[in-house]
Write a protein that binds this ligand. Structure first.
Ligand code: GDP
Length: 297
């Protein structure tokens, strides 16, 4: 399960302080040392850890806690608050255009879960907002990519726009948007190509698709299992494309949690959704406060 190690360690640490009728500076120091190690072991970015520890320590040593009748519980609440803040505070909704169609461009490395998430998002938008989504196949390099998107589309009964693999992605996008307007699709999801590593050709192509589609949302899809790498990838994509939201996939796996806890702080971009299974209904809006509660038990 995700966050298992982190959760166990933080809960053990909090347990020690929970019932305390008096919390000393030394108690806070010991606790913060344990919190720091737990976060580092969960692969949270070291700068993020440093800042987190400083903020929590400062608040925990404040007079609110020291004069409280239940200081142990106050300290735990501070940790929970700050974990929530670290992940963005509250849920950030997907951007919607006032004038249809809303355009979402999915970007990310190969294998991160773009195609799967494109399908999941289409299904979610139809179910929750009554949208008429159109999926657009812009990954013209990976031989089975178009077919994979078509399989996904068939599974959830959502049409896929494709011009095969001989037309350039920006041209596919242009025609797809025209098709969407003519046929009154109000939610267009563009599945772009990924690579195993970021390269210039890929980024240039994505910039072209961005220019043509003027997306309301550039959704970066990252694999939570890749920890700090996910954060580095997010920074690179963000620098080039100015992403507007992040979907963290494979949170149903046994990720240590580093990506979930670092991405927001490092990139300042919100995690909007999390992938919780391989199935088409396995996409959920991300709620930082719920995730923090889950971690602290
Ligand atoms: P793409 O190359 O970025 O388009 O990635 P795909 O959509 O093909 O996904 C790569 C693999 O990850 C596939 O086997 C998906 O089923 C799997 N996958 C994607 N999202 C999730 C998720 O949230 N949970 C799990 N367990 N698997 C996922």
């Amino acid at each position: 399960m995700a966050f298992e190690g982190l959760s166990e360690r933080l809960q053990a640490t909090m347990q020690k302080i929970r019932g305390k009728g008096k919390v000393t500076e030394a108690d806070i120091k010991v606790m913060m040392r344990e919190v720091r190690l737990a976060l580092l072991e969960a692969d949270v970015n070291f700068k993020v850890v440093k800042q987190f520890v400083a903020t929590v320590s400062e608040r925990a040593l404040g007079s609110d806690v020291m004069t409280s009748l239940t200081p142990g519980q106050q300290v735990i609440k501070i940790v929970q608050d700050e974990l929530t803040q670290l992940m963005g505070g509250e849920n950030t909704a997907i951007n919607m255009s006032k004038k249809p169609p809303t355009v979402v461009m999915m970007v990310g490395l190969q294998g991160a879960g773009k195609t799967t998430t494109a399908g999941k998002l289409a299904l979610l938008m139809r179910k929750k907002f009554n949208k008429r989504p159109l999926l657009v196949a812009c990954d013209i390099y990976r031989p089975a990519a178009i077919q994979q998107l078509q399989t996904v589309g068939k599974q959830i009964d959502i049409p896929v726009f494709t011009l095969g693999d001989q037309v350039k992605p920006d041209e596919i996008t242009r025609q797809a948007l025209q098709h969407a307007r003519e046929e009154h699709y109000d939610f267009v999801i563009i599945d772009t190509a990924g690579r195993l590593h970021i390269d210039e050709a890929l980024m240039n192509e994505l910039v072209d698709v961005k220019e043509v589609s003027k997306p309301d949302e550039i959704m970066l899809v990252v694999d939570a299992m890749t920890g700090q790498d996910a954060v580095n990838v997010a920074e690179s994509f963000d620098t080039q494309l100015d992403v507007t939201g992040v979907t963290l996939t494979k949170l149903d796996g046994d990720t240590r949690g580093g990506a979930a806890l670092s991405i927001r702080s490092v990139t300042q971009k919100p995690i909007k959704f999390v992938g919780m299974s391989e199935k088409m209904d396995g996409l959920e809006p991300f709620h930082p406060e719920r995730m923090a509660s889950r971690i602290l038990g």
